[in-house]
Write a protein of this length. Sequence first.
Length: 194
Amino acid sequence: MTSADTISPAPTAVVLCGGTGRRFGGDKTRADLAGSSLLDHLVDGLPGDWPVVCVGEPRPTHRPVTWCREDPPGGGPVAAIAAALVLLDGPVLVLLGGDMPYAAGPAPELVATLDRSPELDAVIGRDGDGRLQPLLAAYRTAALRAAVPQPAAGTPLMRLLDPLSTVTVSVGDHASLDVDTAADLDRARHRLDP
């Protein structure tokens, strides 16, 4: 087998679902969307061969996932990323917000773009308003691991991007829709209407 024939292992999807959901009034990832939780809607949309690590309070899911918890619980997204990284040994991960039910759609293309660009550390989604979506992005595991400070709790998520070589890819408003309020959940439900 030549190096050109080498098959890279599947990326790991890391789903952050440990937020308090203050604006929503509770855990957003448990909210119902067409008979499934937001979390299940997202995870079920991912490629079947991708391992999934969820960071948050463990709960049943349609698809088998590995659970871990950030330290301290509620310590923020960078602490959650640090907790997941301990479990990963593959070269690429896809970082997703558990309150983004449609984020699975562009995830394979983010990975493909990263695979085609060995000089990059990450491919970051950009929504329809031009905002970066670091929780809808593909990362080289080693680069992200090096970017996470210790201690990680309380670190702003965008600070992780500073040392990384990145490119942005438009993912659109559908994929980047995140559910922070009841109105957002209504918008997510309307997206399912034919």
